[in-house]
Design a protein. Structure first.
Ligand SMILES: [Zn+2]
Length: 337
């Protein structure tokens, strides 16, 4: 089944406190296993927020955290999505020092998204990779050649494929072309996040990606704190977001700002869209993200010696119970009777 809960931390911006807490009752199936995505706001915020989100084990009080996924500020102006333009940055000449000055210590970080077309990005990718931090490409206008160079420098992940990047073009497929590139170093696998919330990615696009490169597909929720709060106005860091049905927009615009679909919804959407096996759909939410993070011996598997983090699902893939380290931490009403 599935290994662990997911924490999606989007935009701690401005809040000065971590929002990376997901109660285990959240019917999540694990995306990046307890990993988090952070959208930035004011420049001094990451240095304040990151120390508040230590890597930790999960338990009855909430999901574990395997590390933070940082998105921004080193991303493209043109493909910034919901990221406030005023906070976007390019790298200074002493690029990795600039990264450290921006974020502070990176001890709690497991994934960092950047736009590889930014000058000095290659040296940053090499430095991050050497520290064991996964580099992800996204919010970018990179062409395929630039994306391939980034992969050769160590990048292994693509942030929410198709969203916030150049659309596929047959003469230059851009970052999307990495799914079938012949320039990926032997023995390396490119992983890519897909938001299968039914809003961010058309089912046909899901099928294209899945059929081109099924082993790299990682289901992500891209969830914002408004997940589970219903229609109306909510906050995303310093921004106000408007939730309408299944979509979350920057208030007053039609700019999507993350999703409000929990992981089990994404798994069911993905299964329906691709017609893949149940096992494949579950692996996209469990095994693949664990492999991306190099944790496949502990997470994303029920093999001997692995952490006993798993979710019990019924035949329709609705969550019945959640276990962390072999301990029952949540159970659906119906399952209790
Ligand atoms: Zn993003």
């Amino acid at each position: 089944m599935v290994p662990s809960l997911q924490v999606q931390l989007l935009a701690p911006s401005g809040c000065g406190r971590a929002v990376a807490r997901m109660h285990p009752s959240s019917p999540l199936l694990s995306g990046l296993p307890p990993c988090a995505a952070t959208t930035l706001c004011a420049p001094d915020i990451p240095r304040q927020v990151l120390p508040q989100i230590p890597v930790k084990r999960g338990g009855p009080q909430g999901a574990g955290v395997l590390g933070v996924h940082l998105e921004g500020p080193f991303i493209s102006q043109q493909k910034r999505g919901a990221h406030p333009e005023a906070h976007l940055r390019s790298f200074a000449a002493d690029a990795f020092c600039d990264v450290l000055a921006t974020y502070g210590p990176l001890d709690n970080v497991s994934v960092l998204t950047l736009a590889p077309e930014l000058e000095h990005s290659q040296e940053v990718i090499r430095a991050l990779t050497a520290r064991g931090i996964r580099v992800s490409l996204g919010h970018s206008v990179a062409d395929l050649r630039t994306a391939e160079a980034a992969v050769q420098s160590g990048a292994t992940f693509i942030t929410h494929l198709f969203n916030a990047m150049l659309p596929f073009h047959h003469r230059d497929p851009g970052i999307v072309g990495l799914l079938t590139s012949d320039q990926v170093p032997p023995g390396r696998r490119i992983f890519y996040g897909m938001i299968a919330d039914g809003i961010h990615t058309n089912p046909a696009a899901l099928r294209i990606a899945h059929r081109a490169h099924p082993q790299g597909l990682v289901l992500v929720t891209d969830a914002v704190p408004a997940l589970g709060l219903g229609n109306g106005r909510h906050t995303l860091g310093q921004q106000v977001v408007e939730v309408e049905g299944l979509s979350a927009y920057v208030a007053g615009t039609r700019t999507l700002c993350g999703s409000i679909a929990p992981m089990d919804v994404c798994v069911r959407n993905f299964l329906q869209a691709t017609g893949c096996s149940v096992e494949s759909a579950l692996e996209a939410a469990s095994l693949h993200p664990a492999q991306l993070l190099g944790l496949e011996k502990q997470k994303g598997t029920l093999d001997f010696g692995a952490d006993a983090d798993f979710v019990v699902l019924d035949d329709t893939l609705h969550v019945q119970a959640t276990y962390i380290s072999g301990e029952l931490v949540w159970q659906a009403e119906a399952a209790r009777e």
